[in-house]
Design a protein around this ligand. Sequence first.
Ligand SMILES: [Zn+2]
Length: 98
Amino acid sequence: MAPRPIRTALLGAALLLAGCASADPRLAPRLGEHRIGPMRVVILDEGTVDLACQARRPEPGRRYEGCWVPGERTIISRNDVGVLLHELKHALDREWTH
Ligand SMILES: [Zn+2]
């Protein structure tokens, strides 16, 4: 787990990426590839994100909105602030389960 100041900075970066968590859809996370510290964050449209996550973590019958892929240090998320923060929590807090 990263030291607290680094984790705080990462969350700050994530919020900037997410347009400060606004409900305004124009400020949703931008599609494409981003970097937050040591992580890669790939924002995909709703149809593609499930395919990308199923390819890495196959779970038939599940429809992914996002996933954390530890082996690639990569978050895949649709362009939604809530989903992105959820996956970020998986990435930063490895012991978190739900
Ligand atoms: Zn989850």
